[in-house]
Design a protein. Structure first.
Length: 320
């Protein structure tokens, strides 16, 4: 069994932070569980959306960059993020997206799963996937989306590469994924028996140019490990597969290591704990700007340069 237990979070470059918050809280009904800053560039926010408790594996996080140009699709990037929704809920989501003027594609079947694709306001490619797989999830009682339709967390990610063998070898030897099947040029890999939140799909587009990061681009994909001991073992496994990793970095809500897979996509391995409630009460997650200890002396300066954001002024009604 792999040390990696599945997807932990996906971090994305976005545009205007208020537009980002309005969409993920107001339209998709996710909870803002942590409002912080990019620890490496504190002039911009780091916004974390998840389920009601900020459960690992349910998190989408965003760096809203001022003045960053739009990204360009290509190879060496995570091209789509798939989110899990309950079985039979896509009709609700089609109506909800239409009610909020979100363009979406017709429902399709991928690997025997019902899928609805769309983009967020800044061009992030997203998909809702119906799944009945058991997974960690806590409903958010204040969501505009009824609990029986709420997003359950990350389902899978899709990665586009210039060649297959280096990335496939790295996924299998470095991270413990297994190749499962191929459909329409996409190869599906699963870890620890598969199921929702444990899937990576890869497609080769050998004639395409390299992706250029920007607004709407995935910054990195993080994989879950249970604890710090497991993280160190996973790091050694990645290094044995010729991956060049950082040392362990304390992100305060979890610990992280970073590395690029051979095709160029940035990956992270993150611990499940200690979690978002270490510095906020669960009932008030995301309500205040939380800074890591080393940035606390600079709070006044940081707050001066951040664009003020607030929750949607009124709950956006569920589609009927």
């Amino acid at each position: 069994m792999s040390i990696i237990t599945g997807l932990h979070h996906v971090t994305i470059n976005s545009g205007d932070p208020q537009e980002n918050l309005d969409f993920y809280v107001g339209v998709l009904g996710m909870r803002l569980v942590k409002k912080s800053v990019n620890q490496d560039a504190p002039e911009t926010y780091h916004l974390f959306y998840a389920d009601g408790a900020g459960t690992p594996g349910t998190e989408l996080t965003f760096f809203p960059w001022r003045g960053m140009p739009k990204g360009r699709s290509g190879t060496g990037e995570t091209s789509e993020v798939m989110l899990a929704v309950p079985m039979g809920s896509l009709e609700y989501w089609e109506s909800r997206l239409a009610a909020h003027d979100v363009a979406h594609a017709e429902r399709v079947q991928r690997f025997r799963e019902s899928v609805l694709t769309f983009e967020d306001p800044h061009g992030v490619a997203l998909a809702l996937v119906e799944t009945g797989d058991a997974r960690d999830f806590t409903p958010w009682t204040d969501s505009a989306v009824p609990s029986e339709f709420q997003i359950r967390g990350l389902h899978a990610v899709r990665i586009v590469e210039a060649s297959l063998e280096p990335t496939e070898g790295f996924l299998t030897r470095g991270l413990g994924f297994e190749f499962i099947s191929e459909e329409d040029g996409w190869r599906r890999y699963e870890v620890n028996g598969g199921g929702s939140g444990r899937v990576v799909e890869v497609r080769v587009l050998s004639g395409s140019s390299r992706a250029v990061s920007g607004v709407g681009s995935v910054h990195h994909v993080a994989f879950r490990v249970a604890d710090e001991e497991a993280q160190l073992r996973a790091r050694e496994q990645v290094r044995a597969a010729d991956g060049r990793t950082t040392e362990v970095i304390d992100r305060f809500w979890f610990k992280s290591i970073y590395f690029r897979e051979p095709g160029g996509a940035l990956f992270e391995i993150a611990t499940d704990g200690p979690g978002f409630s270490i510095d906020e009460d669960v009932a008030s997650l995301g309500e205040q700007l939380i800074l890591p200890p080393f940035l606390q002396p600079h709070r006044a300066e940081i707050e001066r340069v951040l664009q003020p954001v607030s929750a949607p002024t009124a709950p956006l009604p569920a589609a009927t």
